[in-house]
Unconditional design. Structure first.
Length: 351
């Protein structure tokens, strides 16, 4: 949660905020699951946030806030808020660390300046000096030298400690970013990661080939309604495990929506991607799943897919739209199949 809401839920205002969140969930027929409660706390706490505006848009267009939509909203908005908090905290720690190092360096510079002045003074004093005066001068120089050595030793120790701390903070930030870009249920990339990667592949017109696939579990809602969400999650993880093996870098496999997945294949032809997806489709359909809690047969699961290859100048939105239309062709033609999108250029067939 962001800081304002964290403060609110630990104050006398917490009950009012909780009641408002539950009131809104009840008003829109949203089940008070832990995930939904967290989402609607954000909405109650900040009615003008991007999350609240998106929920109003969905409700205004007649959408029902399902578990799948809640997961998508949480992935898109709440994870980003948590990431920003983590990054801000790590940034503050890093700033303090660097400020501390700056202080040590400043002190070392001051000591060095004093030492240089001592040496200059000694040079002037040595022009005409007796033995006793010389011994005193040597003692003074020795003391100044030892002080500078100590200062440099402290600086070296502090820099070493700071180097380790910065490395730790960098590792932590990398971990936070990875978690923020990963779907918690399937361990695939999430919608945010998918969108960013696809946008990057569709920037400019450098001639690089990228093929996009969108996949959907057939009749998943009916399966969920029959066996429950926990068993549905089991099915999602199974399909994700097959796609994950096929989607190792530089490819990307992502959970795009509730039961929808996206895959990005850089520098691979549509024909090779079609072959790979048919292999995945056949593997998924060949296994009879069992319910973990009761060992009941769940039957087989099938997927449908649509594929599109980026054309010159095509942006991510249009590429995704063509792949989606190919997916719907697979659905309309009986499911459990892969369909390749036709090219929008005249005289060019799908490869």
């Amino acid at each position: 949660m962001n800081n304002d809401i964290e403060v609110s839920v630990r104050s006398p205002n917490a009950y009012t905020l909780a009641q408002e969140a539950i009131r809104m969930m009840e008003l829109h027929d949203v089940w008070p699951t832990p995930l939904n409660y967290e989402i609607w706390l954000y909405v109650a706490g900040d009615p003008e946030s991007a999350l609240a505006q998106e929920i109003r848009r969905l409700i205004g267009s007649g959408e029902k806030i399902t578990e799948e939509i809640s997961e998508s909203l949480a992935s898109k908005f709440i994870t980003r808020m948590k990431l920003n908090d983590e990054v801000r905290d790590a940034g503050l720690k890093l700033t303090r660390e660097l400020a501390s190092v700056t202080d040590v360096i400043t002190e070392a510079q001051k000591a060095q300046k004093v030492y240089n002045q001592t040496l200059l003074g000694a040079k002037d004093s040595m022009a005409d000096v007796d033995a006793a005066r010389l011994r005193s001068l040597v003692d003074t120089l020795t003391t100044a030298t030892n002080k500078v050595i100590d200062q440099h030793g402290q600086l070296e120790t502090r820099l070493s400690e700071s180097s380790r701390e910065v490395a730790r903070l960098r590792k932590h930030l990398d971990q936070v970013r990875m978690e923020a870009m990963t779907d918690a249920l399937t361990n695939l990339a999430n919608r945010k990661s998918f969108d960013e990667t696809l946008d990057k592949h569709c920037e400019g017109d450098d001639g690089n080939v990228v093929t996009l696939a969108v996949l959907d579990i057939d009749h998943f809602k009916r399966f969920n309604d029959t066996w429950g969400h926990q068993t549905g999650d089991q099915v999602l993880r199974y399909v994700a495990s097959v796609l994950s093996r096929m989607g190792r870098p530089p490819r990307l496999a992502a959970r795009y929506g509730g039961e929808e997945f996206g895959m990005i294949f850089p520098n691979e032809s549509m024909a090779s991607v079609e072959r790979l997806l048919n292999e995945a489709r056949q593997e998924i359909a060949s296994r009879v799943l069992k319910r973990r809690s009761t060992n009941e047969d769940l039957g087989t699961v099938t997927i449908s897919a649509g594929i599109a290859q980026r054309e010159f100048g095509e942006d991510a939105f249009d590429l995704l739209d063509r792949a989606d239309k190919a997916l719907y062709q697979s659905k309309n033609n009986g499911r459990n199949m892969v369909t390749c999108a036709a090219s929008t250029r005249k005289g060019v067939n799908a490869a």
